[in-house]
Design a protein around this ligand. Structure first.
Ligand SMILES: Cc1cc2nc3c(=O)[nH]c(=O)nc-3n(C[C@H](O)[C@H](O)[C@H](O)COP(=O)(O)O)c2cc1C
Length: 350
């Protein structure tokens, strides 16, 4: 009750003036709760997530089909508390090889009337070494309640031509951790990053990441981690999508995450901050995401798909799964609805 009545309304408050401070406070409070005896059990019992049906994808067992999208716990600070809320998997990151400040503040904006967020964080990262230390600490505490994905990115100053060096640096530093990898080539806030989605670049990038992972994991007698590529919703003509998916397959990637934030600004947005630069997330993304998931499924009937983008209800999650997704993720819905959204989505097996 303490959590529901006091902590939750304060932490998830959408009226906070500075969205980034509200977010940091949320993550720090969740992280602090991990050190309070009995707190995680309290969260779990408050959430009352019912029995779920586990699903196996790329050889990994997920306790349920709902995950937390990348960008919420970028630096692996509150994984156990977030799992306690009911998530079946958590995507950490995007993680960079070295610490990076990201763009100047303000860079995160909530648009409450639109239930949307605009962010131009620009890959703020504590760096792979720090994330590795945090994951090592979690490992000492015992097995994770569910799979953890590692979203890999490149430094702002790294040229696209050598971007693979950064992605590989991160996966090597985190060789011991993470159940799947994600190549993030779709953030709109790192100049020219999205050009990596082009077929020639992407095939080479995927191949080099997959080979590097196989190599460094084999040395430790560990199985390679499946690689997903996270794609953008913008400028994805049928041809562009076909090319991107072919690159994933030819490069030896395992699946696709559909999709990152959009640079489009739908007419229907009403909040005065709607023209802030950055990527828009939330319900305005949902129909684009759904159409993309359908197209991927049509083009590649067997390809593992994780759907993310504007999922704001159980019905949305069900629609994404019916469109062909294997797993779904949320982020912005959680900002406006809090952990109740997780409860709603998982009220019965998804
Ligand atoms: C503040 C913020 C930061 C994000 N950071 C990342 C990131 O670092 N890496 C990434 O792949 N996606 C990032 N995303 C995108 C989300 O993972 C997700 O793809 C997008 O927000 C759409 O889902 P949603 O509408 O449920 O939020 C971020 C989103 C937000 C709102």
């Amino acid at each position: 009750m303490l959590y529901e009545k006091v902590l939750r309304p304060g932490l998830w408050s959408v009226s906070a003036n500075d969205a980034e401070i509200a977010h940091r406070l949320t993550i720090r409070s969740l992280a602090a709760l991990e050190h309070v005896p009995g707190a995680l059990e309290l969260i779990r019992s408050t959430q009352k997530i019912g029995e779920q049906e586990p699903v196996t994808l790329c050889g990994i067992t997920f306790p349920n089909r709902l995950g937390l999208a990348a960008g919420c716990d970028k630096h692996a600070e509150a994984l156990l508390a977030l799992f306690a809320l009911g998530f079946g998997h958590i995507e950490v990151g995007t993680i960079l090889p070295r610490p990076q400040e990201g763009n100047p503040r303000p860079r995160l904006f909530r648009l409450p009337e639109d239930h949307s967020v605009i962010n131009r964080m620009g890959f703020n990262s504590h760096g792979a070494d720090t994330v590795a230390k945090r994951l090592a600490r979690y490992r000492r505490l015992g097995p994770m309640p569910g799979p953890v994905g590692l979203s890999l990115g490149k430094m702002k100053t790294t040229d696209n031509a050598v971007a693979s060096v950064d992605f590989i640096d991160v996966l090597r530093t985190l060789v011991l951790y993470g159940d799947y990898l994600v190549g993030n080539v779709s953030s709109p806030n790192t100049p020219e990053l999205r050009e990596l989605q082009g077929k020639a670049y992407l095939t080479a990038l995927v191949r080099s990441i997959v080979e590097a992972d196989r190599e460094c994991r084999a040395r430790l007698k560990l199985a390679p981690r499946p690689l997903f590529v996270k794609i953008a919703p913008d400028n994805m003509s049928r041809f562009a999508l076909e090319q991107t998916l072919e690159a994933i397959v030819e490069g030896g990637g395992s699946g696709v995450i559909v999709c990152n934030t959009t640079t489009e600004r739908p007419e229907s947005l009403v909040h005065p901050l709607k023209n802030e630069a950055g990527g828009l997330s939330g319900p305005r993304l949902f129909s684009t995401m759904l159409a993309l998931v359908r197209k991927v499924r049509e083009l590649h009937p067997e390809m593992p798909i994780i759907a993310v983008g504007g999922i704001s209800s159980r019905l949305d999650a069900v629609k994404a799964l019916r469109a062909g997704a294997d797993l779904v993720q949320i982020y912005t819905g959680l900002v406006f609805q809090g952990p109740k959204l997780i409860r709603d989505i998982l009220q019965t097996p998804l």
